[in-house]
Design a binder for this molecule. Sequence first.
Ligand code: SAJ
Length: 414
Amino acid sequence: MSFETISVIGLGYIGLPTAAVFASRKKQVIGVDVNQKAVDTINRGEIHIVEPDLDMVVHAAVTEGYLKAVTIPEPADAFLIAVPTPFKGDHEPDLSYIESASKGIAPVLKKGDLVILESTSPVGATEQMAAWMAEARPDLTFPQTHGEESDIRVAHCPERVLPGHVLRELVQNDRVIGGMTKKCSDKAAALYKTFVEGDCVITNARTAEMCKLTENSFRDVNIAFANELSMICDKLDINVWELIRLANRHPRVNILQPGPGVGGHCIAVDPWFIVSAAPDESRLIKTSREVNDDKPKWVLEKTLEAAASILRKPVRISCLGITFKANIDDIRESPALAIIKKLANEKAFKLNVIDPHVKESAVAGFELSRLSDEIIYNSDVVLLLVDHAEFKGISSKALEGKIVIDTRGVLNVK
Ligand code: SAJ
């Protein structure tokens, strides 16, 4: 099974690194995106998203002639669809991007091609995608009607890379390969073996879909447990960080870390795909989502309470961190930013917003301050929202006498 030309549809946080890694293995890669600006940026050898080292890999791939970006799909031997799957309405999955991607590639499909859905998807999405393609191309056969004899092979192979470590995890992580038939799986595994050093483990499409949703729900439920503990401990006057450290000394206990809420595009979304498919059975998963979604409100209330106890006005609040997690500059769906925006509405506060990872231009309407012991010392309230490495160096002297709300448990408070 040889793949001369590979097409990646959707050149975002997953599609672009995947395209670049195939290109780095000297495959001809055609990246497709509806965003003309992104396409132009990539064709200049530059990138429009933030991910360590990705700029170098894309630059090399484009200048060596292995990667090009286009807006209209072109023929290829394998197509990987990596478009967003957000939710709409009451947390119902929105498959419209998968629908337009699969209908977009349908005209250029030919006998023997492989189509892989990489986007995190509700159970049944791969079959739905195959149905859309079959409808558009009645001259070709698909696995849902022709099984192992089909002209087109179809599989779901969910991405599972961690933002900030995408290039390493793409290569090293094991991959779940869910073909609609065994031949579909084998073909998809052969494709990933171009660069995957981890195991390619074969299952069916529905199990692969559920597997990805399960991984992110597992993390969400466990973060909700930590967040719930943090609120219980606050009420009972117990240091939750010490408590978790102690409990984790048990050989079979491994509690995650509380925070100001769960951000990013994945963990706060994917569990809803399970809840919407089986609402009566997903009580724990749903409640965990609610616990994590409510945590920013709890942090906001704590901060307002603290500020109310300060007599001098305006109350000077230093907000440490804007991103959705530590040591990256990604502010998508950031609970920290949501909390800061609410605080900024209060006239009686003077905010110092500090994030050494974020360029000022990235956050409209905010002036960012530089981190220093002095700025911390001249605050009334210090609200830590992201556990960036830089914040761990703030001296306990600068924090003396301040009201400290440390949602990540990293500050040195004496
Ligand atoms: N968080 C906590 N406490 C923790 C761990 C995380 O509050 O102990 C928060 C983070 O601060 C952040 C959110 O959860 O706001 C999500 O961060 P994350 O590092 O857990 O995950 P993501 O969203 O960056 O990436 C996840 C990963 N999934 C799992 O670890 C199971 C990644 O492997 C997936 O590929 C990615 O979702 C995805 O694209 O689905």
